[in-house]
Ligand binder design. Structure first.
Ligand code: IPE
Ligand code: IPE
Ligand code: MG
Length: 247
């Protein structure tokens, strides 16, 4: 199967056949480090490098939107020193990205609840978000303290507040209303979700946006993930038969 093997074909999928929106669940940093007798944080540092590389490659490749799952609402359960290392890595990673986003016309957008994040990270988020309004190229969402359920709850709260204020009638709420109240309002739905590390689950990632996405799983650990792996996922995606409930 194309998603199990790392060999063979090398052609590049034509731009018009690429997924419009790719979701990437960056998983396996801890196991990568453990295999080498290193602390888990060494895996995160390596994973951050791979994130930068793959994000910029997606922009070069002509992907319209990509979302990287970096920290979930459940990841607070981890030991405090791992969480704080992750927060500072994420801050540095965003800072490092600023110049690249400018040069590659990337619109970076941080999705999730920023309120609980450290102040230094929040300040960097404000800086990075400027690219979202100023630039016109690929959308790069970074999911940070993000949960799919929390995102839907937030949308419901916004809609309920509009209804309570008399600006919206409950009967007029449609799928579009919900969509417009997600962090990804106006973006294409997820065409493809990639999860390395051998786990085959969503872990609360983009529940609404993944309703009809294709999935691509691989045993490779995120710090070992390469552009070739991404291209393999694209080739596999191109050959999927998407029916959306039709025939
Ligand atoms: C992904 O790698 C990074 C985050 C979830 C923040 P993990 O840290 O989950 O690595 P494993 O799954 O323990 O190997
Ligand atoms: C999912 O990975 C979250 C991110 C990649 C940010 P986890 O490692 O937290 O997921 P579970 O716990 O294995 O489901
Ligand atoms: Mg994990």
């Amino acid at each position: 199967m194309a998603n199990k093997s790392r060999e063979s074909e090398t052609y590049l999928v034509a731009k018009e056949h690429l997924p419009r929106h790719v979701g990437i669940i960056m998983d396996g940093n801890g196991r990568w480090a453990k295999k080498r007798g290193l602390p888990r944080t060494a895996g995160h540092a390596r994973g951050a490098k791979v994130f930068k590389e793959i994000a910029l490659y997606c922009a070069d490749r002509g992907v319209k939107a990509v979302t990287f799952y970096a920290f979930s609402t459940e990841n607070w359960k981890r030991p405090p020193d791992e969480v704080s290392t992750l927060m500072s890595l994420l801050r540095d990673c965003l800072e490092d990205g600023l110049e690249h986003y400018r040069r590659k016309n990337v619109r970076a957008h941080i999705i999730g609840d920023a309120e609980q994040l450290p102040a230094s990270l929040r300040e960097m988020i404000d800086e990075v978000e400027k690219s979202y309004t100023q630039n016109t190229g690929m959308i790069l969402n970074v999911a940070l303290n993000y949960g799919g359920r929390a995102e839907i709850v937030r949308a419901v709260q916004n809609i309920a507040a509009e209804a309570a204020a008399g600006r919206l009638s409950p009967e007029s709420v449609t799928e579009e209303t919900v969509e417009q109240n997600l962090y990804t309002a106006g973006q294409p739905p997820l065409d493809l979700v990639i999860r390395p590390s051998g786990e085959e689950r969503l872990s609360n990632f983009m529940l609404w946006q993944s309703a009809y996405s294709e999935f691509w799983f691989s045993d490779v650990l995120w710090p070992d993930f390469t552009k070739d792996d991404l291209e393999r996922a694209f080739r596999d995606f191109e050959n999927r038969n998407r029916r959306f409930g039709g025939i």
